[in-house]
Design a protein around this ligand. Structure first.
Ligand code: SDX
Length: 436
C-alpha cells in the first residue's frame, strides 16, 4: 500500500486536541484511514461491530467492486476464469499470484493428486457420528482432526511447510467430503483415483461403488469444476476473516481452516445454499410460482424473520457475477440431463424476476448471490442438500489457505485482538450470600 497525498483530521467538539491520521491507497478500491495509532493518540477506539467500514488487512489476492458487480482473482475477472480456466489453474493463481503455464499446471496438479488420500485412521473419526449427522458437523471435526496428523511437521513460519499444508488441504478436502457423504449413505468409502481430474475424482469418490464401474459424466465434471472456481475465494468474508484471526495466534493451519469450515456453515454465509434450496422446495410444496407473491409478503414483513435466501450481500449492491455464471451452469447441466423443465429452476427464475422488480429489493439493492442457483445445479447432479455447504467449503479451502499464508508471510502481522465498548456493570464488591 502507498501513502495517499491526503490525510484525515479528526477533531472533537469537546476541545480535545485534533488528530491527523494518514490515508493509504491500494491499487484499486477505497482508500483507508490508518487508525493504528488512534488509541495511543486519543485514548479512544473506533466502533464497527459488523466491520462495515473496516479494512482488517491489506491483501493482493481478491478484489470485489460491489457497485459494479465485479470479482477479480489476482486481477483476472471471474467471468474469464470460470469459462477459460479450471480449478487447478485457479488454485495455482490464488496461491502463487499467476496462472500456470502448461508445465507448471501439470506439476501443480500432480502434487495435489499425490496428496488426495487421507490417513487410514481418519475413518475412525466418522464412526463417532450418527449416520444422520449433518455433513458440516462431520467436516468441522475431520478438518480439525487433520491437524493431529501434521501438527509435528508444520512450522507455519517455514514457507515450505505452509506450501505443503496448502497442497494437503486442497487435495484432501474432496476425499473428506466424499467420506462424509458415503458415511451418511451407509456405503463403503471410495479411494481417490489419481488418473481422474480433481472434479472427476470427487464425483468418483461420491457416486462410484465397489460393485460396478463408474464413468465420469464430462458435462457434470466441467460444471462441478466451474462451481469450485466460482467459490474459490471472496476477499475478507466472514469465514476468511475467521481463518485469518484464528491463524494469527500461530495455530496449526489445519485447525485454522477447521474454524473457517465452522463459520461457513451459518445460513447467513455458506449455509445459504442449503437454506435457499429448502426455501424453494417449501414454496414448491405451497403451490409453486402461484405462491411467490404470498411468500414475498412474508419476506417484506419484518416480524416474519423470513429472508429470501440466496439474495442480498454485504458487498455486492449489484448482481453477484457468480450468480449469473451459476445460472448459466444450471441451464447447461439441466439441459444435458434432460431436466430443462426442472420446476425448482423455473421457480427460482420466477422468484428472481419478481424480486428484481419489487421496490423492497430494488431500494435495498438486493440481488441474487452465489448461493441462489448453486443448490439447484448441485441437486440436479445428485448431491444431497445437506452436502451443499461442505462442497462450498471444499472449494473455498484454497482461498482460505491463500489468505492465511498471505497473512503469515507478512512480517508485520500480529495476533488479532479487537477491543470493545463496555456497557456492563462498573466495579462493585461481592456481598456475602446472606446479604445478596
Ligand atoms: C455468502 O461476504 C461474502 O463475500 C460472503 C460470500 C462469499 O463468497 O464468501 O459471498 C458467500 O455468504 C453470500 C450470502 C449468502 N447469504 C444469504 O443468501 C442469506 C440471505 N442474505 C442476508 O442474510 C443478507 O443479505 C446478508 C447476510 C448476505 C448480508 O447482510 P447485511 O450486509 O448485514 O445486510 P442487512 O442484513 O443489513 O440487509 C440490509 C437490508 C435489511 O433491511 P432493513 O433493515 O434495511 O429494512 O436488506 C434486508 C435486511 O432485512 N435484507 C433482506 C435480505 N438480505 C438483506 N431482506 C430479505 N431477504 C434477504 N435475503
Amino acid at each position: 500500500m502507498k501513502l495517499a497525498d491526503n490525510k484525515a483530521t479528526l477533531s472533537f467538539s469537546n476541545g480535545s486536541p485534533s488528530v491527523d491520521l494518514p490515508v493509504y491507497q491500494g491499487n484499486v478500491g477505497p482508500d483507508v484511514i490508518d487508525i493504528r495509532k488512534l488509541y495511543a493518540q486519543t485514548g479512544m477506539f473506533t466502533y464497527d461491530p459488523g466491520f462495515l467500514s473496516t479494512a482488517s488487512c491489506q491483501s493482493a489476492i481478491t478484489y470485489i467492486d460491489g457497485d459494479k458487480g465485479e470479482l477479480l482473482y489476482r486481477g483476472y475477472p471471474i467471468e474469464q476464469l470460470a469459462t477459460q480456466c479450471d480449478f487447478m489453474e485457479t488454485c495455482h493463481l490464488l496461491l502463487y499470484g499467476n496462472l500456470p503455464d502448461a508445465a507448471a499446471k501439470i506439476d501443480f496438479t500432480k502434487r495435489v493428486t499425490n496428496h488426495t488420500m487421507v490417513n487410514e485412521q481418519m475413518q475412525f473419526f466418522l464412526r463417532g457420528f450418527r449416520r444422520d449427522a449433518h455433513p458440516m458437523a462431520i467436516m468441522t471435526g475431520l478438518v480439525g482432526a487433520l491437524s493431529a496428523f501434521y501438527h509435528d511437521s508444520t512450522d507455519i513460519n517455514n514457507p515450505e511447510h505452509r506450501e505443503i499444508s496448502a497442497i494437503r488441504l486442497i487435495a484432501k478436502m474432496p476425499t473428506l467430503v466424499a467420506m462424509a457423504y458415503k458415511y451418511s449413505a451407509g456405503q463403503p468409502y471410495m479411494y481417490p483415483k489419481n488418473k481422474l481430474s480433481y472434479a472427476g475424482n470427487f464425483l468418483h469418490m461420491m457416486f462410484a461403488n465397489p460393485c460396478e464401474d463408474y464413468e465420469v459424466n464430462p458435462v457434470i465434471e466441467r460444471a462441478l469444476d466451474r462451481i469450485f472456481v466460482l467459490h474459490a475465494d471472496h476477499e475478507q468474508n466472514a469465514s476468511t476473516s475467521t481463518v485469518r484471526l484464528c491463524g494469527s495466534s500461530g495455530t496449526n493451519p489445519f485447525a485454522a481452516i477447521a474454524a473457517g469450515v465452522a463459520c461457513l456453515w451459518g445460513p447467513a454465509h455458506g449455509g445459504a445454499n442449503e437454506a435457499c434450496l429448502n426455501m424453494l422446495e417449501d414454496i414448491q410444496r405451497m403451490g409453486g410460482v402461484s405462491k411467490v407473491g404470498q411468500f414475498m409478503d412474508q419476506v417484506k414483513d419484518k416480524n416474519s424473520n423470513v429472508k429470501l435466501m440466496g439474495f442480498g450481500h454485504r458487498v455486492y449492491k449489484n448482481y453477484d457475477p457468480r450468480a449469473k455464471l451459476m445460472q448459466e451452469t444450471c441451464k447447461e447441466v439441466l439441459t444435458s440431463l434432460g431436466l430443462e423443465n426442472d420446476p425448482l429452476f423455473k421457480l427460482a427464475m420466477a422468484l428472481e424476476k419478481i424480486a428484481l422488480e419489487d421496490d423492497y429489493f430494488v431500494q435495498r439493492k438486493l440481488y441474487p448471490n452465489v448461493d441462489f442457483y448453486s443448490g439447484i445445479v448441485q441437486r440436479a447432479i445428485g448431491i444431497p442438500v445437506s452436502l451443499f455447504t461442505a462442497i462450498f467449503a471444499l472449494a473455498r479451502t484454497v482461498g482460505w489457505i491463500a489468505q492465511l499464508n498471505e497473512m503469515i508471510g507478512d512480517p508485520e502481522y500480529k495476533i488479532g485482538r479487537p477491543r470493545q465498548l463496555f456497557t456492563g456493570s462498573v466495579r462493585r464488591d461481592v456481598l456475602p450470600i446472606a446479604q445478596r
